[in-house]
Write a protein that binds this ligand. Structure first.
Ligand SMILES: [Fe+2]
Length: 424
């Protein structure tokens, strides 16, 4: 009797695993295809160029995301593994010392070879092999390890989908022709930057929160990155959170009030940066020229547009966000305040712009780095960066969550990063 029950249980467990694996294979194809769709409006020339060391060519993103599956999965699980091209292991390694040598980041735009066509063939080849691997039968613990790595590879791919868009926007903005990535009516609804519009057109309200011990960090089922754990307690003093993000119109008032010329509003390092870079306005804004017309304009993914005053301001660095908050008589939230507020509110915390916090990107109490090269994914970047919360109009659907911790240095402003104010 027991034996029969065990057999039945095993059969059911196997069916469940098969179902999960086939779901994962479907997700794999959908997400990988979406990356291809994002690259479609670009020419081979668009895909090759690197506009600054922080940004990468689209061709590099297409290859590197493929490299991730080849290096961390096929190399380990595929019988008789042979690399698609032996040089790619170094060429498309971003920062994994555990894997070995890396091609210098700032020289990614000099790679006219491999061609875009070769990189597309690389993608196809690895996709086929990965799907074949998922179709194989293997020991349950091996299958568990494999599916966890595929899931990580897909989350990684989605992160690069957002980076591809921000990098393409930066590249096209440097072209005197100011070409659009896509015309407005060719864009998917979710990708339109102006999706942010309606939410910020409403009057800003202050939502009060009481002091107390709050829990932050990942909880429940579903994927999460190691940096979101462990869930832990933090104490917050009473605070209020803005009901919506700061709009471009509000930020324009700061610009026109001489915000970029007043050292009293800036952190010392921020003021040095503003002076050195001669900054007077956000990235992609084009100042009003009396001799042409009096309207401000901005470069967007759909080309040069009039500055949309009701939309959330984006492409703001930590330093700019911090200075604006000071000028507005407020401050930026901590990540504990943000997560606590976002958990209880239904207003626009996601899908518009990443929101800077004053929290340094540091390990949560009890954080443990994963073993092996995959352990380099998040942990080693926990210095000299600030945490951003929420998600943006460029974040792929299904990628955001309450406990998600994005992070960038205080001067980074080519991401869709904006401002939510808090006050004590
Ligand atoms: Fe990566």
């Amino acid at each position: 009797m027991h034996k029969l029950t065990n057999k039945l249980e095993n059969k059911l467990a196997n069916e469940l695993v098969n179902e999960q694996v086939s779901e994962l294979a479907k997700a794999f194809s959908t997400i990988r295809d979406h990356t291809g769709t994002l690259a479609q409006p670009l020419s081979a020339e668009d895909c090759c160029v690197q506009s600054m060391p922080d940004a990468s060519p689209a061709k590099w993103h297409l290859a590197h995301t493929t490299w991730f599956f080849e290096t961390f999965i096929l190399e380990q699980f595929e019988t008789g593994f042979r690399p698609f091209h032996p040089a790619f292991r170094v060429l498309f390694n971003s920062y994994y010392e555990g894997v070995g040598e890396q091609h210098p980041r700032a020289q990614r735009g000099l790679m006219t070879r491999p061609s875009l066509v070769e990189v597309q063939a690389y993608r196809q080849n690895v996709d086929q092999r990965l799907l074949a691997l998922l179709g194989q039968t293997m020991a349950p613990d091996q299958m568990l390890q494999l599916t966890a790595l595929v899931e990580l590879g897909l989350q990684h791919e989605q992160q690069h989908q957002e980076l591809m868009l921000t990098d393409i926007k930066h590249l096209l903005s440097m072209n005197p022709l100011q070409p659009p990535y896509l015309a407005w009516d060719e864009m998917a609804e979710t990708m339109k930057e102006a999706a942010a519009g309606a939410a910020t057109a409403t009057a800003l309200q202050w939502q009060p929160f009481e002091a107390g011990i709050v829990e932050i960090g990942h909880a429940g089922n579903g994927f999460f990155f190691d940096n979101e754990t462990p869930r832990h307690r933090q104490f917050v003093e009473p605070f209020s959170m803005a009901s919506r993000l700061v709009s471009k119109g509000e930020y324009l008032a700061f610009v026109e009030a001489g915000g970029y010329q007043n050292p009293l509003l800036w952190l010392a390092a921020g003021w040095d940066w503003v002076q050195q870079q001669k900054l007077t306005r956000p990235l992609y804004w084009q100042a009003a020229h009396a001799q042409f017309d009096s309207a401000w304009r901005e470069f967007t993914l759909h080309g040069l547009q009039p500055l949309a005053l009701d939309e959330a301001v984006t492409h703001i660095s930590f330093f700019e966000a911090e200075a604006y908050a000071r000028w507005a008589g407020a401050r930026l939230p901590t990540e504990a305040e943000w997560e606590y507020a976002a958990a209880t509110q239904t207003t626009d915390y996601f899908g518009i712009a990443w929101q800077w916090t004053t929290s340094s990107y540091a390990p949560y109490p009890g954080y443990v780095v994963l073993p092996g090269a995959v352990g380099e994914y998040n942990g080693k970047f926990m210095v000299n960066q600030y945490v951003l919360r929420g998600s943006s109009s460029a974040t792929p659907e299904g990628h955001a969550r309450l406990s998600y911790r994005n992070f960038f240095p205080a001067t980074a402003r080519w991401q869709f990063s904006g401002i939510r104010l808090a006050r004590s």
